[in-house]
Design a protein around this ligand. Structure first.
Ligand SMILES: *Cc1c(COP(=O)(O)O)cnc(C)c1O
Length: 420
């Protein structure tokens, strides 16, 4: 039996549907605040700890405001994310700019907002200098190459990742930046994604802390911060074991005491740029079953499609599904749950055991709070859904309206056609 429970009831889901239709993405404010508070508690031992929420995961100003109230900053990687963050009142050291293949003007904007610029490559130093001068504070992104392993398990392949620079490039970047007037430095690395283990951050921390010591020895620079970036995962599958953020915080603490403190680096601040961990569990895609089809397989057609949630189609990602109101019924029927795109990969679930689903039933697709709505697109002329914020008292607000056909046709800026 699944231990995954929706954070809203059928009754609430229907109330929202009455107002905005289906499908829609809904977010659980109470859960978001709780996760942010626990992260802060887990790293409270580090004086300068700060989470920079990865805006790309859930770029909605109402969500960003909640995280801001909980003391988080923002991690941006594009002009639009910077503009969104500015609109929410983030400025100065509340903003981290971790871009790659940075577009002209983006460094200038990030610098105007007072954000910390995280350089993905050594060749960007002249670009930065040209656009806005070398800022007082700069971060550099590290890629150790090779494979990233925990014990006998290979977690990811940094050698194949386009991000970050080699150790020698990183050391050279710091020397050059210092010679050009930078005064405060940090390092950043993102070596594995969606990790379900309490060991990822502690192991990453060891790598980055050892590098911090080496930087001090070789350049005389004492870093002011280490940015462990994102990568902490969530249990998408019912059988997955959830990460324990307090164990993670403690594991990083031990590495800090072991490596940094004895080397006179006990003032280093720790930063994170979590996206999935902060929001993933606290969002759901609610969609209505509209059709059943019995051919060579059993299909349940729904009114959402991969345009609303791309992860299953793109990565074959598992998203748990609960049929609202049928939580206690046995999962007795094997079905594919499919959307309406003319693309055979538009399937939210394949060969999934679910309770009997009838047209009209509402399905809760779990864990869509991060990299869900935000990866949406308009293929087949499908429109992006509304986003709803569910409050602790079960009241809710529309935090983004659904797209309309007018939105879809808005970029045809001509008088020759009428889209009625
Ligand atoms: C995507 C991204 C993150 C967030 O990753 P999660 O897997 O959502 O934690 C953080 N930092 C950078 C630079 C990213 O590109």
């Amino acid at each position: 039996m699944s231990n995954k429970k929706p954070f809203l009831t059928l009754e609430t889901a229907e109330q929202i549907a009455k107002q905005v239709g289906t499908p829609y993405h809904v977010y659980d404010e109470h859960g978001i605040r709780e996760t942010a508070r626990n992260l802060k508690k887990a790293f409270a031992w580090n004086k300068g700890f700060k989470e920079y929420f990865a805006v790309k995961a859930t770029p909605n100003p109402f969500i960003l405001k909640i995280l801001q109230e909980e003391g988080c900053g923002v991690d941006c990687s594009s002009q639009a994310e910077l503009v969104l963050s500015r609109a929410c009142g983030f400025h100065g050291r509340d903003i981290m700019f971790s871009s790659n293949e940075t577009q002209p003007g983006e460094f200038r904007l990030a610098n105007e907002l007072g954000g910390i610029i995280n350089l993905d490559d050594i060749t960007l130093i002249p670009t930065l200098e040209e656009e806005c001068g070398i800022p007082k504070t700069v971060c550099v992104r590290f890629n150790p190459g090779g494979d990233f392993s925990l014990g006998n398990t290979i977690m990811d392949h940094p050698k194949d990742a386009k991000y970050g620079m080699t150790e020698s490039q990183l050391l050279e970047s710091l020397r050059v930046l210092k010679s050009k007037g930078a005064q405060e430095f940090g390092i950043h690395a993102f070596l594995a994604s969606n990790t379900l283990t309490n060991e990822y951050y502690p192991h990453l921390a060891e790598i980055l802390f050892n590098l911090t010591v080496k930087i001090k020895e070789e350049t005389g620079i004492c870093l002011s911060f280490v940015n462990m970036s994102g990568g902490i995962g969530i249990p998408y599958r019912p059988e997955d074991k959830e990460n324990d953020i307090f164990a993670i915080g403690e594991g990083v603490h031990m590495a800090y005491e072991k490596i940094l403190v004895p080397n006179g680096l006990g003032n280093v601040c720790l930063f994170t740029e979590l996206g999935r961990y902060m929001l993933g569990k606290h969002g759901a895609l609610i969609t209505r079953a509209i059709h059943e089809k019995h051919t060579y397989k059993e299909y349940v057609g729904v009114d959402a499609c991969a345009c609303n949630l791309m992860r299953p189609a793109m990565y074959g990602a598992y998203h748990h599904i609960t049929v609202l109101g049928k939580e206690d019924q046995p999962a007795c029927k094997m079905v594919d749950v499919v959307g309406s795109l003319c693309e055979n990969n538009d399937k939210f679930a394949i060969d999934r055991m679910l309770p009997e689903i009838k047209p009209g039933d509402l399905l809760n697709i779990h864990d869509t709070g991060a990299h869900g709505f935000s990866m949406g697109y308009n293929y087949n002329g499908k429109l992006r859904s509304a986003e709803i914020l569910l409050h602790a008292d079960n009241s809710f607000d529309l935090i983004r309206r659904a797209e309309t056909l007018q939105d879809y046709f808005a970029t045809f800026d001509f008088t020759d056609f009428q889209f009625e």
